[in-house]
Design a protein around this ligand. Structure first.
Ligand SMILES: Cc1ncc(COP(=O)(O)O)c(C=O)c1O
Length: 312
């Protein structure tokens, strides 16, 4: 028989929370390293790791100490102000991500994808203006987006539009329009999908939810050159496959390409809800003050992560 504490916790969740998840009938209470413990004292070897979040396991002493030191100093201030940790983490990320020049912090993977989408749309509009091609008619607009079969980019209206599985999109139609799904690792399909009307191509170097499909180096390189040829941005989604999981810090690096934008989240802050958009300077310049924002912006008062992130 489960204890009263277990029954009460399950009861509260089942009656109060949206029914968006079908959870098993145990209640997790704490964790240590690779193990989780439930309210009955049972131990679980955790292969889920918060769906790719808890890369350093549970109760990591350095993370705990870092958070405990920062919490009484400052938990949140607005993005309107400078703080020490925000700039420090951005600097650290850029130091380890050659070719990227700017960082925007947010709170989740989907939010980072949404931000990348907005940058792509505005960058394309400016690109057209520079080239003297006014977007007078909707069909002149450079607004099409390319994603891949098996992709997963998140649950918000833009991110879910880029997510190939129909069941995630269909109930919420219309989602952001203009997305075409090309087959992964099919060079001809890639050529067909990327034309002058495309503003961005979103690719996971290793698909997670899609079933661990690896985008070949040749495929990533061709995507890069087609984006260059058609003035589209190449956005790599490293939310699940990044942070050293494939041998290089970022998975795209082994293909020898330089993306225009990289989106990050999941393990970036060891369990704190932090997402990030990294962009090349001329791409980041598409956004002027006031164009984009977020209240929490995660890293405004993040603990100083340097000591444990990347072993720095
Ligand atoms: C590759 C990829 N992109 C984006 C997301 C969305 O991230 P979040 O759930 O933090 O919004 C996920 C989440 O599983 C993901 O695996």
């Amino acid at each position: 028989m489960p204890s009263q504490a277990t029954t009460t916790a399950i009861g509260h969740e089942q009656t109060c929370l949206f029914r968006t998840y079908a959870r098993p009938d145990f209640v997790l209470e704490c964790g240590e390293g690779v193990y989780l413990y439930d309210t009955e004292g049972r131990r679980y070897l955790d292969f889920v790791a918060g769906i790719g979040v808890n890369a350093l396991g549970y109760g990591d002493a350095e993370i705990v100490r870092t958070i405990a030191e920062q919490a009484p100093r400052l938990i949140h201030v607005s993005n309107l102000y400078h703080t020490v940790p925000g700039g420090e983490l951005a600097h650290l990320l850029l130091e380890h991500s050659p070719g990227f020049d700017r960082v925007f912090f947010c709170n989740s993977g989907a939010e980072a994808v949404e931000g990348a989408l907005k940058i792509a749309r505005k960058f394309a509009r400016q690109h057209q203006q520079r080239q003297g091609q006014g977007a007078n008619h909707p069909s002149d607009e450079k607004t099409a987006l390319v994603a891949f079969e098996g992709s997963f980019h998140g649950r918000t209206m833009g991110a879910v539009a880029l997510t190939s599985r129909e069941k995630y999109r269909q109930p919420f139609m219309p989602v952001v329009p203009g997305v075409r799904f090309a087959p992964l690792n099919d060079l001809d399909g890639l050529e067909d999908a990327i034309g002058p009307e495309v503003c961005a191509v979103f690719v996971e170097p290793v698909q997670g939810e899609g079933g661990l499909h690896v985008a070949s180096h040749e495929f990533l390189r061709r995507a890069r050159s087609l984006c260059d040829a058609h003035g589209a941005l190449l956005v790599v989604d490293e939310i699940q496959c990044g942070m050293g999981r494939t041998g290089t810090l970022w998975a795209y690096q082994s293909a020898g390409i330089q993306p225009d934008i990289m989106v990050l989240a999941k393990p970036l802050a060891g369990g704190l809800p932090v997402g990030a958009i990294l962009a090349r300077q001329h791409v980041a310049d598409a956004l002027a003050p006031g164009d984009h924002g977020t209240t929490f912006g995660a890293a405004r008062s993040l603990p100083r992560l340097r000591r444990w992130w990347c072993g720095g």
